[in-house]
Design a protein around this ligand. Structure first.
Ligand code: GUN
Length: 279
């Protein structure tokens, strides 16, 4: 069965719209997300455009700061520092990846943890690791919402996460662990991915390799979540070979229309939570 991220995302945004309106009435200001983008990467440009549109959709304010590749790092740092002090700004997001030559960690560390709506800072990741999360990274958070939408209980299930990035794989594994799954993380050096993946009741694939996950790596009846968004010959393709795997999975997310729309909805949710935490 298909997990329709678009639908779950729509419901989330309708609820957020109501809550944003309430926030405005109560506090006399509009929750505000600031987005920083450096360089001209077309995928990043599209993501940022959709983040700005998402804010408008739920009635939130957004500020976009665009810097050409080559801008001095300190100039970007200055903007982050100014936004950090600005009482009307609730969330600060630096779109990743940054072009070569920029120190990602240095810039992300400038974002105060209460405005870190991506949940990327060490404290937010650490709180998640301790099982007491505050801000949860948007993509893995969205995946949890999609898993919830299936109505399947997660406790005790074998979950396999393929990919170990700080932005998806690691927080994903911690969320599944917090939901009482037995979690295994596979990555580029894992020797026997096929063997491990085919034991999974829940499989999350986030490695950025088009159609990597084949049907022979999937246990019949598994829930398969495809985080990949790869452009192949002008078409969007996930990390899962959808046509093959769909026949074996009990639930599967499509690409596009699966995890993607949820990521932005959770970002909007995190921004509203950040606004509420600062009143
Ligand atoms: N690049 C790809 N996904 C993300 C995300 O969730 N947040 C940021 N800041 N950059 C990204």
């Amino acid at each position: 069965m298909l997990i329709l991220g678009k639908e779950v995302s729509k419901q989330t945004r309708e609820q957020l719209k109501i809550e944003v309106e309430e926030f405005k009435k109560q506090h006399g200001r509009i929750p505000c997300l600031s987005v920083i983008i450096v360089g001209e990467d077309p995928a990043s440009q599209t993501y940022v455009k959709n983040k700005v549109l998402g804010c408008a959709e739920v009635g939130m304010k957004s500020l976009k700061y665009e810097f050409p590749n080559g801008t001095k790092q300190e100039d970007i740092a200055d903007v982050i520092k100014t936004l950090s002090q600005d009482k009307n700004v609730d969330g600060i997001l630096v779109q990743l990846p940054l072009p070569k030559g920029y120190d990602e960690k240095y810039l992300l560390d400038l974002i105060p943890e209460e405005k870190d709506v991506d949940g990327f800072c060490a404290n937010n990741l650490g709180l998640l690791a301790m099982g007491t999360p505050r801000t949860i990274s948007c993509t893995p958070f969205g995946v949890m919402k999609l898993l919830e939408s299936t109505g399947v209980s997660l406790a005790g299930k074998n979950a396999v996460v393929i990919g170990r990035s700080n932005t998806v794989g690691k927080p994903m594994a911690m969320l599944l662990l917090n939901a009482n799954c037995t979690v295994t993380v596979c990555h580029s050096k894992t020797q026997n991915i096929k063997e491990i993946a085919s034991q999974a009741d829940i499989l999350v694939v986030a490695i950025g390799k088009p159609k990597f996950l084949k049907a022979d790596m999937v246990k019949p009846g598994a829930i398969v979540i495809d985080v990949g968004i790869n452009r192949v010959d002008g078409k969007l393709v996930g990390d899962v070979d959808f046509d093959e795997v769909e026949k074996k999975a009990s639930f599967i997310t499509p690409v596009p229309g699966g995890v993607g729309p949820m990521t932005i909805s959770m970002l909007l949710y995190n921004t509203l939570m950040a606004a509420k935490s600062r009143v």
